[in-house]
Write a protein that binds this ligand. Structure first.
Ligand SMILES: Cc1cc2nc3c(=O)[nH]c(=O)nc-3n(C[C@H](O)[C@H](O)[C@H](O)COP(=O)(O)OP(=O)(O)OC[C@H]3O[C@@H](n4cnc5c(N)ncnc54)[C@H](O)[C@@H]3O)c2cc1C
Length: 353
């Protein structure tokens, strides 16, 4: 069998890559282990433009966000499903220091209008939500149902005979003398590894330092304010799902033994939820998985410096939903048009080989 590209892994990274390459008329084969637990299948999928303890609004986020939403909507239109939900975020201040940090952001004349275009004054039902210091309501956020999204893409690939269940061991991939690669009886121009945290086992890319983090998410039931649909965020977050159910998260653990839920992770998330909700809640499910993280939580991509047809795409981290669409396009333009990989994301430039 001959294809243009073999893609290893069908999480968010491999799904978007396969989608764009197929849109450009390329023949692809996606090979995935079909595991029950992966980062994409467990992820909260939140897009929170004003984020972190410093209330930062990264440069260029306007374009990245607009592009990401457009990609998800295009895919939704073709697949006839909704995966991206446009949501506002009730970002609660944790104390006076948070109020000061936000005031400082607004006092910067060069940034004030940017911040104001993303946030407004928060109104929230304080009988059920712990918001003694108030907060801001962030616009333009959202939630991608990542598990449903990757399943939708899997069906799309299956219909095009572009998906196979299997494990690609990097040592089983051969580079052909006249260019191209072979894995089992399949040849291709190149192979792109989108393995998520399991990329640590790939011998071609052992020099890329991964700093993956396990995370727990709980599904819970509680009394929430009538009609509340916003993501509520204060250190942790809750995502209302309707009928009093919500997802709450998440923990962040770099010293994990495996991807499975732990008591410690559950306790950490329960504590974060307690800070947000005034009333008690019931836990009805507990999931966990490992986020693929590389330095500065940047997405990294590009060709192996010595074996040109072995390609890397990984490090989506905790902002994968926001960043993946634009980063995928950069890689696709490299693979199909020969455009250079952006230096900041290029593994050849950013790591010692
Ligand atoms: C608890 C938690 C909360 C999160 N919350 C958010 C959030 O709110 N917002 C956000 O943007 N992101 C969030 N993320 C991160 C998000 O999940 C990731 O950015 C993204 O899903 C990673 O996608 P990926 O394709 O790189 O990796 P993965 O989803 O791990 O996919 C890799 C795929 O490759 C397969 N695979 C690996 N090796 C091989 C091989 N050798 N052969 C065949 N198949 C292979 C795996 O089985 C898997 O299917 C969260 C993650 C976790 C764990």
């Amino acid at each position: 069998m001959k294809v243009d590209h073999i893609i290893v892994g069908q999480g968010l990274a491999g799904s978007l890559l396969a989608w764009h390459l197929l849109q450009r008329g390329r023949k692809v084969l996606v090979v995935d282990r079909d595991e029950a637990v992966t980062s994409s299948k467990v992820a909260a999928g939140l897009v929170t433009p004003v984020s972190g303890q410093q209330y930062s609004l990264p440069e260029g986020i306007e374009e990245t966000l607009t592009f990401a939403k457009q990609v998800y909507w295009d895919i939704e239109e073709e697949l006839g499903q909704q995966y991206f939900h446009h949501l506002r975020i009730a970002r609660l201040f944790g104390g006076k220091r948070d109020i000061e940090k936000w005031a400082k952001r607004l006092s910067d004349p060069g940034q004030k209008s940017r911040y104001e275009s993303f946030a407004e004054k928060l109104e929230i039902d304080q009988s059920l939500i712990n918001a003694p210091f108030g907060g801001i309501e962030v616009k333009n956020g959202g939630w991608l149902n990542v598990a449903a999204f990757v399943e939708g893409i899997r069906q799309y690939l299956l219909e095009r005979l572009a998906y196979a269940v299997g494990t690609v061991k990097s040592r089983d991939v051969q580079c052909l003398p006249n260019g191209g690669v072979q894995w089992r009886n399949i040849t291709a121009q190149n192979i792109i590894f989108c393995e998520g945290w399991k990329g640590v086992n790939n011998h071609f890319f052992g020099r890329i330092p991964m700093n993956n983090a396990r995370g727990d998410i709980l599904r819970c039931r509680a009394k929430l304010p009538e009609g509340e649909s916003r993501i509520i965020n204060r250190n942790g977050w809750i995502l209302p799902l309707g009928n009093g159910e919500f997802r709450g998260g998440s923990s962040y653990d770099h010293h994990y033994l495996d991807e499975y839920p732990t008591k410690k992770g559950r306790a950490e998330v329960e504590e974060k939820i307690r800070v947000i909700l005034k009333e008690d809640f019931e836990v009805i499910d507990h999931q966990s998985a490992i986020r693929p993280i590389i330095k500065r939580s940047q997405v990294f991509m590009g060709r192996h410096p010595e074996v040109n047809d072995i390609v890397y795409f990984n490090g989506l981290g905790s902002k994968g939903v926001l960043n993946a669409p634009a980063r995928t396009l950069a890689l696709v333009e490299h693979l199909t048009e020969g455009k250079p990989v952006p230096r900041v994301n290029d593994i050849q430039v950013q790591f010692e080989w």
